[in-house]
Design a binder for this molecule. Structure first.
Ligand code: FUB
Ligand code: ZN
Length: 648
């Protein structure tokens, strides 16, 4: 199995090109200006807590100070460096698909600064270099040094792949050497892992890219060592206090950072959602290189725990702000949830690695769900405003007054003090081309319907479609004999495949396999009706409610179009009585869905006793794709709608 390089996949889809162009021409220049503190933007803390850094980014200034090019102190989170690395990674992906000399020059300038900030040993982390040089690699419980190293590695690979310029890759490789010297099984080496996973998956990418065995071994080491000694972090803290290096003595929460046991023995998605999913991604990646049944089994168990019990319909994960974490099964509150954009991104990565391991449609289904919903909602259509938290229900007054919702923002801020999500969005969407096709031993799968051309040495494959705004896809194939495995999305009805020059040789509920030789033309036609979604009744927050989906998009209602949204009830036995219009009032065209609904009336005071048989008034409920919400100003919003209470 292998994925195709981004420069082999030329995206022609209007929908996706909107994002690709937006990120290259608007988002990345904007993000760079923010990272350089060059523009006046409103940088908000990600949640209500006056002690959190906000107000400016300072990410690039931190590198300049560490490089001796500027003076001052470190500002921002101890992982602020990673914002710049993720930006660089996004630039790397963009340059693989489109030339942009301005962006490349800006990236080169940043790389020069980063390279100068690196110590002669290879170590590179501006927070520790500037603030706590004596604590390097000694506070792994929170330090994020290896997390930042991981993002440096990913950025370096993407940029090297795009430009062939080795400078940043050399920086990354020298840092890896330094890490390999300090961490490992040998006596005197550190036998512990970074509190925030990321290095593991990055090292595996680096192994993929360079073939360096050291990277595979180190990735395996970090996966194996995690949770091996549950006392590791406590001992580290005690040692620092004893050595007079730090007075910090925080309580250690091993579940939060998934170090309560070794990953191969973990079965549940617990703790901080992004950490959990970066780790799971690395686990699923590792078993593609090293046989490890226990680890593989753990991946499937974690996957099932998430998708069967802990996944929001929007592809969001992480039900609580406390620790930005997973909680117990079926606990999916719609209005206090976390659903960090990064967590959905991490779930996309995990899903795709599992798909490569075991090509089942369910992985692509989830991948597509997070992509079109929980990830796209992370950025505004102008590419310059970002959500960190992606709610499924927003009541304006409640968000203003209820401190339990202090993290739920009504509009996407310009930037965030903890800016992990904005550049994560940019790098992930810029690499969309990776997810469309996958090469297996004797077949190519078409995972996502995205108008594009795939060109390899052996064949050319073209998808022509206006999907998601159309119900058909034409596939043109030219090249060696092959099997094309076409995904049958679960949301599509009447999925029909007709071939000219190819034969359908197998069909399951989620795939159609077509044998092709030389040249073939395949026509796929399907329907994307409005689907009503009901959650397992064990999910208390959605009892008696339904949500709507059309094609890959989950829908939501906004108070802007539906002033009585919070009193709205949808028909109990909803049939097909809805209208669809192609709306063009936003930068991207979308299907506006209108359904007949009713609204109940409110009264003065709170309670009435012994019921009341008031007749609800009818209304039309206007629904838009969830990812588009909050693009037209402050608005209440909801994804789940209570059903009408009527006698059967
Ligand atoms: O800790 C680094 C990043 O910041 C995490 O992945 C996010 O959840 C945010 O806490
Ligand atoms: Zn984030």
């Amino acid at each position: 199995m292998k994925t195709f390089r981004l420069n082999q996949v030329n995206i022609t889809s209007e929908f996706w090109n909107y994002y690709l162009d937006l990120i290259r021409t608007e988002t990345l220049p904007y993000q760079l200006a923010v990272l350089k503190d060059e523009i006046d933007v409103d940088v908000q803390a990600e949640r209500q807590d006056a002690s959190l850094p906000a107000g400016k980014s300072h990410a690039i200034e931190n590198f300049k100070i560490a490089a001796g090019l500027s003076e001052g102190d470190h500002f921002g989170w101890f992982f602020q460096d990673s914002d710049a690395y993720k930006w660089l990674e996004a630039v790397g992906y963009q340059l693989q698909i489109t030339e942009d000399s301005k962006l490349e020059a800006a990236a080169d300038e940043l790389i020069d600064i980063i390279a100068q900030a690196q110590e002669s040993t290879g170590y590179l982390n501006t927070y520790f270099q500037l603030r706590y040089p004596d604590l390097k690699y000694r506070q792994l419980y929170f330090s994020h040094e290896l997390y930042c190293a991981g993002h440096l590695i990913e950025g370096a690979i993407a940029y090297h792949q795009a430009t062939g310029k080795a400078k940043i890759l050399d920086v990354a490789l020298r840092f890896v050497d330094d890490i390999a010297e300090h961490f490992g099984w040998a006596e005197g080496q550190i036998q512990g892992a970074d509190g925030h996973q990321e290095i593991e998956l990055a090292l595996l990418k680096l192994f993929d890219y360079t073939g360096k065995q050291q990277c595979l071994e180190l990735a395996n080491f970090f996966i194996e060592v995690r949770g091996l000694d549950p006392e590791f972090y406590r001992k580290e803290i005690v040692r620092n206090v004893k050595d007079g290096l730090s007075s910090d003595n925080p309580p250690v929460d091993l579940t939060y950072l998934q170090a309560y046991s070794q990953p191969k023995h973990q079965e549940l998605a617990l703790g901080h959602a992004v950490r959990m999913l970066y780790m799971s991604t690395a686990m699923a990646k590792l078993v593609q290189y090293l046989d490890n049944e226990e680890l593989e089994d753990a991946c499937y168990k974690i996957w099932n725990d998430i998708t069967q019990r802990k996944l929001y319909i929007t592809g969001g994960v992480g039900s609580t702000v406390h620790g930005e974490a997973f909680v117990g099964p079926y606990d999916l509150p719609n209005d206090t949830m976390y659903c960090e954009t990064c967590a959905s991104i991490a779930l996309l990565y995990f899903a795709y690695e599992l798909f490569k391991l075991s090509p089942k449609g369910e992985y692509i289904d989830v991948m597509e769900r997070v992509l079109y919903n929980g990830i796209l909602s992370g950025a505004a259509l102008d590419g310059k405003h970002f959500f960190y938290v992606n709610p499924l229900e927003v009541d304006i007054e409640s968000c203003r007054f209820n401190p339990d919702k202090g993290h739920v923002k009504l509009e996407r801020p310009d930037w965030l003090g903890c800016a992990c999500c904005p550049p994560n969005f940019a790098r992930t969407i810029s690499s969309i081309g990776t997810y469309i096709y996958t090469q297996f031993e004797d077949s190519v799968s078409l995972n996502l319907y995205v108008a594009s051309n795939l060109v390899t040495e052996d064949f050319e494959l073209r998808q022509e479609t206006a999907f998601p705004n159309d119900d058909s896809v034409s596939v043109f194939y030219k090249g060696v004999s092959n099997h094309l495995v076409l995904r049958k999305p679960y949301w599509a009805t009447e999925f029909k495949v007709t071939c000219r020059g190819g034969d359908i040789i197998a069909e399951t509920f989620d795939w159609v396999t077509v044998a092709v030789s030389n040249e073939a033309e395949i026509e796929i036609v399907f329907k994307q009706p409005l689907l009503t979604i009901t959650a397992n009744p064990l999910v208390q927050s959605t009892v008696g409610k339904v949500a709507f989906q059309k094609g890959p998009f989950v829908y939501c209602g906004q108070t802007l179009q539906n002033p009585s949204l919070d009193r709205c009830r949808v028909p109990k036995h909803f049939q097909d009585e809805y209208e669809t219009t192609l709306a063009t009032d936003l930068a991207l065209p979308y299907s506006l869905v209108t359904i007949p609904a009713s609204k109940v009336s409110a009264w003065d005071g709170l309670y009435r006793f012994n019921g009341d048989s008031e007749v609800p008034e009818s209304m039309s409920l206007h629904l838009i794709p969830y990812f588009l919400w909050a693009n037209q100003g402050v608005s209440g919003m909801r994804v789940w709608f209570p059903k009408e209470v009527v006698d059967d």
